[in-house]
Design a protein around this ligand. Structure first.
Ligand SMILES: *Cc1c(COP(=O)(O)O)cnc(C)c1O
Length: 367
């Protein structure tokens, strides 16, 4: 028998979450006017697998990611719609693959403009010019933007480019600060420049759907995790697309003072029973998860004890005295235990845990 850990990925949850975000966007628009959705599938679809994401997001208008190789995998999985490379190309020679697979590009710095000017593409390439509205990660400054846009329009006139749109990325859509300052820069800088716009990640799509413009770019919400620290995925109507599951492979009876795991970081206060779960940091479970992190054994919520090992972790069986070797364990994504709760207990965000699902964990892809 293989080691009992596995991840369940639900196609219907991916599709459901896409519809939830879509409904939220469309409710903020006049009837009959729909936002288009780039489903963001970067980082192997946030750990869920590109091919599974292609199956789950058949109803999306486009797919967005960073890696050329992932874009090619989308095409090979049968995706015929638009594909947006969120960081554009990394060198001029990437244009060959862009042309062959009909990819759409973000254009965020002057080198990319120069590479496009040399392009001999078989058909016009659609692009989104990226404006740095304050995140200071990618994009032309507001001062440089009109010039960059004019060069793209010139390339459009020469037939090198097709559609030329505008995009920016919000850094604080999930916090109190919100998007107002960045939105203001975007609107002032792009005023009067034609082309479709793409603004909103998950947090902005859900909190400010009225600013979404032509194309939204949700990621995390589509996988059923929350972009907000103070609002659960469940309360947003989202369903977890990934559940991480395993089983107990041992139990131990402890006496007061007995220590658990590397470093003896947990010590029993009295007699207690603990379970050992086949899941560790080499599976993608966070090593820094502290004692007390929630975990479900045989349907009952209990807690992690001591330091997470590479291949195992320990749980308190006090609330589940009947649990024996073989008892089912949910690390996240089922029985009301969200990946966001495990992430919060571990000082990180659901995104990091989903993306970190290790290749050695077998995946069951379910309807
Ligand atoms: C990752 C990413 C998104 C999606 O962000 P979420 O917070 O997962 O919704 C959108 N746009 C860009 C440019 C990104 O890098």
């Amino acid at each position: 028998m293989p080691r009992p850990i596995f991840a369940c990925i639900s196609r219907s949850a991916l599709s459901h979450n896409l519809e939830v975000v879509r409904r939220r966007l469309d409710a903020a628009r006049p009837a009959g006017d729909s936002a288009k959705v780039w489903a963001v599938v970067k980082a192997n679809a946030y750990g869920h697998g590109i091919e599974r994401a292609v199956a789950g997001f058949r109803g999306a208008d486009g797919l967005a990611m960073l890696d050329l190789a992932e874009a090619v995998r989308c095409r090979e999985a049968g995706w015929q719609g638009p594909i947006l490379l969120l960081e554009g190309i990394f060198e001029a020679s990437d244009l060959e693959v862009v042309g062959r697979y009909g990819l759409t590009l973000a254009v965020h710095h002057a080198d990319q403009l120069a590479w496009l000017a040399q392009a001999k593409a078989p058909r016009p390439i659609d692009v989104f010019a990226k404006l740095n509205t304050g995140m200071n990660r990618l994009g032309f400054t507001p001062a440089a933007y009109a010039g960059a846009y004019a060069r793209l329009v010139e390339l459009q006139r020469r037939g090198v480019l097709g559609q030329v749109g505008h995009m920016t990325h919000f850094s604080t859509a999930d916090t109190e600060e919100g998007i107002a300052a960045q939105l203001d820069v975007f609107r002032r800088t792009t005023a009067g420049l034609p082309g479709p716009a793409s603004l909103c990640n998950s947090a902005a799509s859900l909190r400010y759907p009225e600013v979404a413009a032509a194309w939204a770019r949700p990621g995390i919400a589509l996988y059923g995790a929350s972009p907000f620290a103070d609002e659960s995925a469940e309360s947003l109507g989202l369903r977890p697309a990934m559940a991480l599951k395993s089983r107990l492979i041992a139990t131990q009876d402890l006496r007061a003072g007995d220590a658990v795991g590397y470093g003896g970081r947990y010590r029993a206060e009295g007699a207690m029973r603990i379970g050992v779960v086949a899941c560790g940091y080499a599976d993608g479970y966070p090593r820094h998860a502290p004692t007390g992190t929630p975990i479900v054994v045989a349907g009952v919520r209990t807690r992690l004890l001591g330091t997470v090992s590479m291949d195992m972790l320990a749980v308190d069986l006090t609330p589940v005295p009947h649990a024996q070797v073989g008892a089912p364990v949910t690390l996240w994504g089922d029985h009301g235990l969200s990946v966001d709760e495990v992430a919060a207990a571990s000082g990180t965000i659901g995104y990091e845990l989903l993306c970190a699902l290790a290749p050695r964990v077998p995946v069951h892809f379910q309807e």
